[in-house]
Design a protein around this ligand. Sequence first.
Ligand code: PLP
Length: 446
Amino acid sequence: IQPNSVEARDIAYQMPAAADMRRHEETGSVVMERGDGIYVWDNTGKRYIEGLAGLWSVAVGFGEKRLAEVARAQMERLPYYHSFSYKTHGPSVDLAEKLIQLAPVAMSKVHFTSSGSEANDLMVKMVWYRANALGQPLKKKIIGRIKGYHGVTIAAGSITGLPRNHESFDLPLDRMVHTSCPSYVHFGQPGESEADFTARMLQDLEDLIAREGPETIAAFWGEPAMGAGGVLLPPEGYWQGVQEILRRHDILLVADEVICGFGRTGHMFACTTYGIAPDVIVLSKQLSSSYLPLSAIVMNDRVYQPIADESHRLGVFGHGFTASGHPVATAVGLENLKIIEERDLVGHVQRISPHFMDRLARLATHPLAASWRGVGLMGAVELTPWETPFTAAQTVAARMEQEGVIIRGIGEAICFCPPLIITDAQIDEMFDIATRAFDAVLAERG
Ligand code: PLP
């Protein structure tokens, strides 16, 4: 690392995210410089396929000029305005209307925030506000799931069911409880059929509700298909069963589509893919292809009306961010959705998904691999664990990056979630490189 280089100054001045800070001080970070389509280049000129679309987010690919142009035009017209105290502007209204039109079930209102964590955190506050409005001050607990991911702020991080997001942060908050993770691959017992596994998952949920008391539980949070937990897909019948249980106990369903939304699973929303009719949909990431920070809470009347009544009683809804519904972010979000529609990227995912699945299945025949899974354009190859200083997935992920494909190793899974614009030929290129990396790791391991 050259003195005074970006790398050296990064180590000197920045505290990194999601990293071991001692390791960052020793090895530094890769400096990314530009992107185009599914590719990004670092400052040495090395090209990578972004096999995870950044962080599961750059739907339309990098370097999309239309988004840059819309951002510039909005910057020049009205770069900023807030949405406090009866002020608004065209871009946020247009995007809210669009989301209500696109929503997979009847929804009544949209409220914008800037990140998935913020949206989930605010949604927790809204659940509590609603409970007070309804005169149910005890009905405030929230059920998340083991390995579920909903962000890192205090409430969102509490609903998240991953130890690394709790440990030493004094989380979860005590109103947050977690039910089982419905990944048959990981939690199915020897000899247990998938149908029996599903029944056990549903019984676990029933038992948790009975233990806590249904009169204390306000909402259930779930990703239709879990992303950051390692692409964990629900078994047949799971969501139907969960919804039946929640209805019976008057518990709200919040579908966190921060990763799944906007075509990722082969429908505009994964709620359609899995037959989910939620009360709330939380959106971010592909909403703006992450060109600017943007997230949205889309809610039905069952959620909105009591909150509206309470704000009327109090004279104000005592919440709002400086950047809520930011005009440039919402303008970019709307243009991004126009691109997704005009290019029929949802149809594209449906057409290209069989090829993606075929390549996942072929990679899973590699001696390092144990199984594969996928939906739409996200998938994972599960590795057979072995003894190294790092996990098998960390070792393979590092080798893939060296060979020019960035993906994510989660647990023992190699997770793929490329930009939605990826072509058949680029899928082949990505998996050919992955296979080379798998071969290299196998050869080195001996
Ligand atoms: N919800 C889900 C399902 C996510 O995958 C993520 C991020 O990966 C979040 C929420 C948090 O979003 P953010 O990182 O924008 O706070």
